[in-house]
Design a protein around this ligand. Structure first.
Ligand SMILES: [Zn+2]
Length: 297
C-alpha cells in the first residue's frame, strides 16, 4: 500500500505533464477497477483541460475545466507511466518495483501538454485495488470519500496546539491515535513509528497524556508535529531523487527503506547515540509497532 510520501511523489512527478494539459483522448480498457468507472467516464474527460493537480490524504485530485474533479487512488499496486516523446518515467517508483506489463494499463490519457508536446500517461494496476471517479468540485468536501478525513500532516495545519486539541482526553494508545485517519489524514504505520522514535514517545501511552491544557501546544506535541513533518518530507525527497534517476530505481527495492531508524528493525541496535537497547516489535491494532524501550517514554 503506498504511503503518503509515495502519493505525494507521484503527484509531483505527474504535475509537469498533467497540469495544464488537454486530454485529447482516453483509452478506458475495462469497465471497472476496484469499483466501476463512473458513467460516461471517457466522454467527461475527453476534450477537457486539467487545471490543477493536488493531493488530499492518499487521493490524487485533477481539477478539470468542466468543474469535475478526477479523483484517483492507487490502491495496492497502481502506478503511472509517463511518456513524453521518447522519455519514459514512473514517479513514485521507490518503495517497490512497478509492473511494466502493458496488459495492466487500464487507463491511458492522451495529452497535449501546456508546453505543446504530445504525451501519454498510462495508469497500470495489476491487482486493481485502485480506482478513479469523477466528483463535481463543489461536492468534493462533503463527498463520502472526503468528509471524515482529518487534517493534512504536511504544511502548517499540523502543529503542537493542533495535536493537543485532537488528542485531549483520548485514552487510545498514541500510535492508534496517530493512525486514526479522522484525526490526521494519510499517516501510515512506517512514518508513525519513525516519528515516535524521533520524539522519544512510547507508542503505548494514552494519546491524551501528551496533550497540553486547553488545546495549548507543549514541548512534546510541538516536537511530534515537527518530526512527523520531517519524516514525511525526507521520504518525499528520497522518492523525488528516484524521479531524477529512475533507471537505477527501476526494479530494485527502495533504498530509502534502509534509512528507517526503527521500522522493520526488530532486534537490531537502537540508533540513538549511547543507547544500548535493541528495537522491539509489538502488535497494536493488528499492525506492527517498532520502538526502543529505553528511548521512548
Ligand atoms: Zn534507544
Amino acid at each position: 500500500m503506498p504511503e503518503l510520501p509515495e502519493v505525494e511523489t507521484v503527484k509531483r512527478g505527474l504535475a509537469p505533464t498533467f497540469e495544464g494539459a488537454l486530454i485529447e483522448n482516453l483509452d478506458q480498457n475495462r469497465a471497472d477497477l476496484r469499483f466501476p468507472f463512473p458513467e460516461n467516464f471517457r466522454a467527461r474527460l475527453t476534450g477537457r483541460r486539467v487545471t490543477a493537480l493536488s493531493r488530499r490524504s492518499k487521493y490524487l485530485l485533477a481539477d478539470l475545466d468542466s468543474g469535475d474533479v478526477l479523483v484517483m487512488h492507487l490502491g495496492m499496486s497502481g502506478s503511472f507511466r509517463i511518456e513524453v516523446d521518447e522519455e519514459v518515467s514512473t514517479p513514485g517508483d521507490f518503495a517497490h518495483a512497478k509492473s511494466k506489463n502493458e496488459k495492466h494499463d487500464h487507463v491511458v490519457f492522451h495529452l497535449a501538454t501546456s508546453a505543446g508536446e504530445a504525451a501519454r500517461i498510462h495508469y497500470n494496476d495489476p491487482r486493481r485495488f485502485g480506482f478513479m471517479t469523477l466528483v463535481p468540485r463543489p461536492d468534493l468536501r462533503e463527498h463520502a470519500l472526503f468528509r471524515n478525513i482529518g487534517i493534512e500532516p504536511l504544511g502548517n495545519e499540523l502543529d503542537g496546539a493542533r495535536i493537543s486539541a485532537l488528542f485531549a482526553g483520548k485514552k487510545a494508545p498514541l500510535k492508534s491515535a496517530l493512525l486514526d485517519q479522522k484525526l490526521i489524514a494519510g499517516l501510515g504505520n512506517i512514518y508513525v513509528c519513525e516519528a515516535l522514535w524521533r520524539t522519544g514517545l512510547d507508542p503505548r501511552r494514552a494519546a491524551g497524556t501528551i496533550a497540553g491544557k486547553n488545546g495549548r501546544g507543549t514541548k512534546r506535541t510541538s516536537a511530534l508535529a515537527a518530526h512527523i513533518r520531517d519524516t514525511l518530507t525526507e521520504a518525499i525527497e528520497a522518492g523525488g531523487s528516484s524521479l531524477r534517476d529512475h533507471t537505477q530505481a527501476d526494479g530494485t527495492l527502495g533504498y530509502f527503506q534502509h534509512r528507517f531508524a526503527v521500522y522493520d528493525r526488530e532486534g537490531e541496535p537502537c540508533r540513538t547515540p549511547g543507547c544500548t537497547s535493541s528495537i522491539e516489535r509489538i502488535v497494536q491494532s493488528n499492525r506492527s509497532t517498532f520502538y526502543c524501550p529505553t528511548c521512548q517514554r
